[in-house]
Design a protein around this ligand. Sequence first.
Ligand code: SF4
Length: 241
Amino acid sequence: MSAHTLTDAPVTVTAHLVAKSGNAKTGPIPVSTTERASCPTSCAFYSGCYASHGHTRINWAKVPERGGPWAAFVGKVAALPDGQLWRHNEAGDLVHVDGVIHAPALRALVQANSGKRGYTYTHHRLTPANVRALRDANAGGFTVNVSCETPAQADIARAAGLPAVLVVSEPPAKGATTPDGHPIRQCPAERSAVTCANCGICARPDRQAVIAFTAHGPGARGVREALQRVRLEEATAGATR
Ligand code: SF4
């Protein structure tokens, strides 16, 4: 455990904000990246996610030189225009200390996002402290979606009052639901010309639907293998998130 408490632990990770993303999926909205130390080791994809490949991997490795300290990054977010939709963490996760979300760092980001429409995803564990931090962020207008690997995990997130997304091996069938009956909807960018810039569903914390993202690209095989591993663990030990 770190010698620091969560209120005084210095934020050492850097983050970078691109004003207009060239990512075909997000469309031309501001997009950020936080360096890899922000990722929880508990993430099912920690040893290899989609961001570990291609241009995203190269850009991710350059965050310390292209980006800046957390406070400077937060200042850039605060300077975005009112109403701006933006995505936090094309790669990376929420700042943490030993798997506990750094609540002061997140609160600073939530405040900077005031009046904007920021959204992100997290693989941090849903411990009581992390759930509190995530609820506060969502209530404060910064949408943090809980990234899940099984529909049962999505139910755990929804039961905690948090918006959920789901990584899937194959696109969900029409009308698919989680075991608790939450609708599972495929991200529209996977089947049409929609981009995040003109969709924005992930920035709505009050939505019912669990948004599904299909494994794709050069990291798809590793993602499918990780999904299979999580499903097997869940079948023997029950769902955790
Ligand atoms: S559901 Fe909409 S906002 Fe979310 S990733 Fe897909 S296109 Fe972007």
